[in-house]
Design a protein around this ligand. Structure first.
Ligand code: DP6
Length: 323
């Protein structure tokens, strides 16, 4: 056992994951496709410490209940035949819980650091499956660039893992994040997803149509066809939000600034700029841009009423140990 540190980038889904085929094992109802980001990351240090009575978890320096982090450590300890409690220190370089996918980079970094701390020789596939147990989207942050998550078919979920589609430098898109609200969101994605599954009449239609979107997105990525990727990504994001809006009571994650950004992105694209939007379970807007278009999009989104902050980043590597 050793102290170990790992980093992982946040990821943004282009074809969204929204719903589970098995909530217990956290298995997705359908696949998803994402891009891993370079500039928004979590760094996590796992320190096994026999003097601790139980696990302790600090997020950005503030102690939290170990919850899902402790459950992940239990799995790793079981694999290693260990019982030693750990201290976990995790830091995000972006606002936690504001719809910027901190649980994805968080669990990918935790699994990677924890496996190293307990000297477990496990494949990326296995790490992806473990990260999925923490958070479905985390399975994708194990890999860099363009990544596809498989829903899998097996009951034990061992085939529900992510795999890389295309390396980050093979199509170095840029991502502009417009922060329209800095506080934590009202309904987290896990609760929002469960609520949609249970009450939205549009949920079955959503799940049924994901496979076709995955095929379109996969083909667009392989062909570096930006227009096709833009069309299917905006469709997937809006369709996911339609399923949320149709839940009872409906989930409305957007604010006026979110909507202003969506219209601004569409106006830019109509004017010939290579950009499209996506929105997760929160009010922030992510604008995906062709290489070199990011700065122009930053200027426009910064000028939208209600936008607090704008960041631009590129695509990045998968989760890895930090020496
Ligand atoms: C809207 O991965 O946070 O960001 O598996 O319940 O932890 P759990 O959900 P989570 O959901 C992410 C939902 C999303 C879309 C996506 O990232 O694909």
């Amino acid at each position: 056992m050793n102290q170990a540190t790992a980093r992982a980038g946040a990821n943004i889904a282009l074809v969204k994951y929204w719903g589970k085929r098995d909530p217990q094992l956290n298995l997705p109802a359908a696949g998803s496709i994402s891009i891993t980001l370079a500039g928004l990351e979590t760094r996590t240090t796992v320190t096994p410490d026999p003097t601790l009575g139980s696990d302790r978890f600090f997020l950005d320096g503030v102690e939290q209940s170990p919850g899902r982090v402790g459950a992940m450590l239990d799995l790793l300890r079981e694999m290693a035949g260990e019982t030693t409690p750990c201290r976990v220190d995790s830091c995000n370089n972006f606002p936690t819980g504001a719809g910027l996918a901190s649980s994805a980079s968080g669990f990918a970094a935790l699994v990677t650091a924890g496996a190293r701390a307990f000297e477990l020789e496990i494949s990326e596939d296995r790490r992806s499956g473990l990260a999925r147990l923490g958070s479905g989207s985390a399975a994708r942050s194990i890999f860099g660039g363009f990544v596809e998550m498989d829903a899998g078919e097996l009951e034990d979920g061992s085939d529900a893992v992510a795999h890389p589609l295309l390396a980050a430098d093979a199509w170095p898109l840029e991502v502009v994040v417009a922060v329209t609200e800095s506080s934590s969101k009202a309904v987290g994605s896990r609760d929002g997803m469960n609520h949609t599954m249970q009450t939205s009449p549009y949920y079955p239609a959503w799940v049924e149509t994901v496979a076709a979107d995955l095929e379109t997105a996969r083909a667009a990525i392989v062909a570096r066809d930006f227009e096709a990727l833009a069309e299917v990504s905006e469709h997937s994001a809006l369709k996911m939000h339609a399923s949320m809006l149709a839940a009872r009571p409906g989930l409305v994650y957007w604010n006026p600034a979110t909507l202003a950004c969506l219209h601004a992105v569409r106006a830019l694209r109509s004017g010939g700029v290579g950009v499209f939007f996506t929105v997760d379970a929160g009010p922030q807007v992510k604008a995906v841009c062709l290489p070199g278009e990011g700065e122009r999009v930053v200027d426009v989104l910064r000028g939208q009423p209600g936008v607090h902050d704008v960041m631009v980043t590129g695509l990045g590597a998968g989760a890895g140990a930090v020496a």
